[in-house]
Design a protein around this ligand. Structure first.
Ligand code: ATP
Length: 369
């Protein structure tokens, strides 16, 4: 059981243009789990990982491993292994030599013990048959296995991965995702995994930490973060297609129920009933969030107010369709089953269950619950 703790970690870069805050007051504890750091390009994921590894200095805050403050320690004194997107293998060496290189600091091991460790890890990563090959002769997927094996052979306390699958093709990426998950749970090692790919994050993570502009937005199990996004950014970032976010005004329906309508385009279009118990005064401007998969098209027994929309285009996706719609002048995307494929120009009736409606503060973007 190894606990990695980030405590108010901040990174500022100073250059001729001024000061850039790459990571701001980041606090989180990771323990015997696979934590995925997720966010758009430039949000501070790699900087965070490099600070944990000791490859980047920390401007403020502390990093602890099992209570030991490692903030000022050299990378080699942290019991951390890191794997990069571009493999970082030594091209002049064989697979075996590359993997043994991971043990160069393990002076307490005999030559036989080193060899045994390399062989064991090679078995685990399914590269035992490649040990005496040159790394230059390997495919991308094999190279990535070697670089993972080389990192793990040291039996580090913390495993850091920076977009390790980004250079692989889609099929291999998906296979390696499953395998990395299996290995992580078999080895039971505290792991931080960086990606900007939300699908990768959703499928692999025990917990996701979503970053935006250097600030941690939300951390939690993927299904919780998806179901209860803390703000508009997180709601938008998770899900394909993204959550529909529509500026609206709340109207009182009865004592504790509201309907939301589009103010700008068509004041008469009620978008949906808002779940009861939401503490917002009628007339308040909000942003209504609806996941595309929560919109029913021409439902037989709709579970909420029904409103009309015009079909712009239906995109065939194989297992379902993405239907792009216009309600008044507002664009909306729905996901429909393969049998529901309305034609452009057709008018359809949409319904959304009140329990599937999200509300966000129009000014701050924070979720209203
Ligand atoms: P990507 O997914 O594109 O790799 P990222 O989320 O990993 O992005 P970082 O590489 O951590 O983002 O960068 C965060 C911010 O810090 C960016 O605005 C970047 O320009 C800035 N930054 C990173 N390294 C430096 C540096 N050495 N000097 C100045 N600014 C830097």
């Amino acid at each position: 059981m190894v606990e990695l703790a980030l405590d108010g970690v901040t990174k500022r870069y100073d250059d001729a243009q001024g000061t850039e805050t790459a990571v701001s007051d980041f606090s989180l504890t990771v323990e015997d789990e696979l934590l995925v750091l997720l966010g758009p390009s430039g949000c501070g994921k790699t900087t965070t990982l490099r600070m944990i590894a000791g490859l980047e200095t920390v401007t403020d805050g502390a990093i602890r491993i099992d209570g030991r403050d490692v903030t000022g320690l050299a990378p080699s004194d942290r019991s951390i292994a890191m794997v990069f997107q571009d493999y970082g293998l030594y091209t002049m060496m064989s697979v075996r030599e590359n993997m043994a290189y991971g043990l160069k600091h393990s002076t307490d091991l005999s030559a036989a013990e080193r060899e045994a460790r390399v062989e064991e890890m090679a078995e685990m990563f399914d590269i035992a048959g490649l040990l005496d090959r040159s790394v230059t002769d390997l495919s991308g997927g094999q190279k990535q296995r070697v670089s993972l094996g080389r990192a793990m052979v040291r039996e580090p306390d913390v495993f850091l991965l920076d977009e390790p699958l980004a250079s692989l093709d889609a099929k291999l990426r998906s296979e390696m995702r499953t395998e990395l998950q299996r290995l992580q749970s078999e080895l039971d090692i505290t792991t931080v995994y960086v990606t900007h790919d939300q699908k990768e994050a959703m499928t692999m993570a025990d917990r996701i930490a979503v970053l935006d502009d250097g600030v941690l937005q939300q951390a939690g199990p993927p299904d919780r973060v998806y179901a209860d996004p803390t703000n508009r950014f997180v709601a938008d970032f998770l899900g394909t297609p993204s959550m529909n976010q529509l500026p609206a005004v709340l109207d009182r329906q009865d004592s504790d129920r509201y309907t939301a309508r589009f103010p700008a385009d068509d004041p008469t279009v009620p978008l949906a009933a808002v779940p009861s118990g939401v503490a917002v005064a009628p007339g308040t401007e909000v942003v209504v969030g609806i996941r595309p998969e929560d919109i029913d098209i021409d439902a037989q027994s709709p579970d909420g107010p029904v409103f009309e929309a015009e079909v712009v285009v239906t995109e065939y996706q194989g297992s379902d369709n993405f239907v792009h719609l216009l309600v008044g002048g507002t664009e909306l995307t729905a996901v429909s089953p393969p049998t529901v494929k309305p034609e452009p120009g057709e008018t359809v009736r949409l319904s959304v269950s009140p329990s599937d409606i999200y509300l966000f503060d129009a000014e701050t973007g924070e979720a209203i619950t």
